[in-house]
Design a protein around this ligand. Structure first.
Ligand code: BGP
Length: 471
C-alpha cells in the first residue's frame, strides 16, 4: 500500500458569506446572499433560521481562527473571497481597498503558520448589483465583471496564492440554484440554466487565461460537487441511465475545461429538448486553448439512478439529493447506505469510486475541497463538544485515502467542510460542520466564543501522523 505523501495538504474549508459576517462593513456591498427584494434575507428569517449578517464573525476573529487552525496542524485552508468586498456592486472601476486589505491580512496570517491558502474565487455570492442587471445570464456584463475581479485577485494575491478555484459547485448552482445561489435555475429552466452554465464556462476559461498571464506559477481548477452515480440494478437500461446521470450531474462541469469540448450526449440533450444555447466559435476555440491544472471537488455522497419508470417514489430535496430528468433517468434511494440526520447518504467507498472515475476520465491531480457531516452539536456546561459522530464520518472517509492513492489517483489534499462552525447554505447555524464550535444559535449571537470540539483533537492527531493514526 502506498503511503500518503509527506506534502499532502491536510486542512479544511469555509466560504466567505457563510463564515465572515461583517456583511456591510468596510465598504462591502450586498451579495445575492444578503439581498432580497423587499428586505435583507427575508426568506431565511421566515423559516426561523439565521441570516448571514454575522455568521461566525470570522471577519473580526480571523487571527484567533487561523491560530486554532495552526494548532490543529493545518497545511492548507480553503476559503473564498467575498466578491462584494472587492467590488461592492460588481462593476466599479476600482476595487475596494479595504476588501483587498482584509484578504491580504488573512493570507499573510495563514502564511505566518505555513498554511497554504487555497482560494475559491466565487462561492455562491454574486454581487446583487450584477444580479440586478441579469447576473450570470447577462453574458457581456458577467464576463467583463468576473474577469476583472479575477485579474484584481491574481495581481493582488498571486505572489502568495498558488492554488485557485474558479467557481464553487457550478453544477449545484445550475441544478439547485434556487436553494444555493438565489438564482432561478434548475432542470426545468433548460435554456436559461444551460446558457448560464455556458457563460460560467467561458468565464472560467478566461480566468485561466488571465492567470497564465498575470501569475504564471499559479495553478487553477474548478470546484464542482462530484457524486458518482450508481445504477440501481444491473439491468442494462439502469446502467445506461446512471451513465447519463453521471454526465449531466458531474462530467459536463469539467469536460470543457479539461478536454476543450462539450460531450455529444449533452449536445443531443439540448437539441432534443429545444434548449437553444448561444455559443460562438471563438468561445469553442477559447476552450481548446486553455486547460485546468487540477480538479478540486466537494464530496458528500454518491447518487443512485435508474431508467425512468411510472412510479416516482424518490423525494427530490436539496443539493446533495438526487434529481430526475424526464426520459433520461430518475433517482433512487440506495438501500445499502445510511443517512445523516439531514437525509444525505453516507458513502465512504463511493468516495474511492468517485476518485477512480475522475482519474479515468481526466487523469489530472485532484484535491478534496469539501466533505463532512452536518449535525446538531451540544456544548456541555464545561465547554466541550462530544462529536463522535463527526469523527466517525470523517474517519471512514480518511480511511479510504491510502487506497485511493494506491489506485493511482494523484490526490494531493483533503480539506473537509468545515474548519469552523458556519451558517449552512439553507439550514442555519444549527447544522454544524466545524472542528471548532462557535457559541451562538439561530437568533441569539451570545458571545461567539470558540471551543475546541472532540473532533478538533482527533483531526490534529490525524494530521500530525500524516493520516496513519485515525483511531
Ligand atoms: C456545499 C456548499 C457549501 C456547504 C456545504 C454543506 O454544497 O459548497 O457552501 O454549505 O455544501 O451544505 P449545507 O450548508 O447545505 O449543509
Amino acid at each position: 500500500m502506498k503511503k500518503i505523501p509527506k506534502d499532502f495538504l491536510w486542512g479544511a474549508s469555509t466560504s466567505a458569506y457563510q463564515v465572515e459576517g461583517a456583511w456591510n462593513i468596510d465598504g462591502k456591498g450586498p451579495s445575492v446572499q444578503d439581498a432580497k427584494a423587499g428586505g435583507f434575507i427575508a426568506d431565511l428569517n421566515v423559516k426561523g433560521i439565521t441570516d448571514f449578517k454575522v455568521a461566525a464573525d470570522h471577519y473580526h476573529h480571523y487571527k484567533e481562527d487561523v491560530a486554532l487552525m495552526a494548532e490543529m496542524g493545518f497545511k492548507s485552508y480553503r476559503f473564498s473571497i467575498n466578491w462584494t468586498r472587492i467590488f461592492p456592486n460588481g462593476n466599479e472601476q476600482e476595487p475596494n481597498q479595504e476588501g483587498v486589505i482584509f484578504y491580504n491580512n488573512l493570507i499573510n496570517e495563514l502564511l505566518k503558520y505555513n498554511i497554504e491558502p487555497l482560494v475559491t474565487i466565487h462561492h455562491f455570492d454574486l454581487p446583487q448589483g450584477l444580479e440586478d442587471l441579469g447576473g450570470w445570464n447577462n453574458k457581456e456584463l458577467i464576463l467583463k465583471a468576473y474577469v476583472k475581479y479575477c485579474e484584481v485577485l491574481f495581481k493582488e494575491f498571486g505572489d502568495r496564492v498558488k492554488y485557485w478555484q474558479t467557481i464553487n459547485e457550478q453544477n449545484m448552482m445550475i441544478l439547485f440554484g434556487h436553494i444555493l445561489a438565489k438564482q432561478k435555475t434548475g432542470i426545468d429552466e433548460g435554456t436559461k440554466s444551460y446558457q448560464i452554465f455556458h457563460n460560467m464556462n467561458v468565464a472560467q476559461a478566461l480566468a485561466i487565461r488571465a492567470l497564465r498571464k498575470i501569475s504564471p506559477n499559479g495553478k487553477i481548477g474548478p470546484a464542482p460537487n462530484i457524486a458518482y452515480v450508481y445504477p440501481k440494478t444491473s439491468k442494462p437500461e439502469d446502467i445506461l441511465a446512471a451513465d447519463t446521470a453521471n454526465l449531466i450531474r458531474n462530467w459536463i462541469y469539467i469536460d470543457v475545461l479539461a478536454k476543450g469540448k462539450y460531450d455529444q450526449i449533452l449536445l443531443n440533450y439540448w437539441q432534443d429538448n429545444g434548449y437553444d444555447i448561444e455559443i460562438t466559435e471563438a468561445e469553442m476555440e477559447l476552450f481548446k486553448s486553455v486547460k485546468i491544472d487540477f480538479i478540486a471537488f466537494n464530496y458528500y455522497s454518491t447518487m443512485t439512478a435508474q431508467a425512468p419508470t411510472k412510479e416516482k417514489d424518490y423525494k427530490v430535496g436539496d443539493q446533495q439529493m438526487g434529481f430526475n430528468i424526464e426520459n433520461m433517468f430518475q433517482s433512487a434511494t440506495n438501500e445499502y447506505l445510511e443517512k445523516t440526520e439531514y437525509g444525505w447518504e453516507i458513502d465512504p467507498v463511493g468516495f474511492r469510486m468517485t476518485c477512480r472515475a475522475l482519474k479515468d476520465r481526466y487523469d489530472l491531480p485532484i484535491i478534496i475541497t469539501e466533505n463532512g457531516l452536518g449535525a446538531k452539536d451540544t456544548l456541555t456546561s464545561d465547554g466541550k463538544v462530544h462529536d463522535q459522530y463527526r469523527i466517525e464520518y470523517l474517519r471512514k472517509h480518511i480511511e479510504q485515502i491510502p487506497s485511493i492513492i494506491n489506485d493511482g489517483v494523484d490526490l494531493f489534499g483533503y480539506n473537509p467542510w468545515s474548519a469552523i462552525d458556519l451558517v449552512s447554505t439553507h439550514q442555519g447555524i444549527s447544522k454544524r460542520y466545524g472542528f471548532i464550535y462557535v457559541n451562538r444559535d439561530e437568533d441569539d449571537l451570545k458571545d461567539l466564543k470558540r471551543y475546541r470540539k472532540d473532533s478538533f483533537y482527533w483531526y490534529k492527531k490525524v494530521i500530525s501522523s500524516n493520516g496513519e493514526d485515525i483511531k
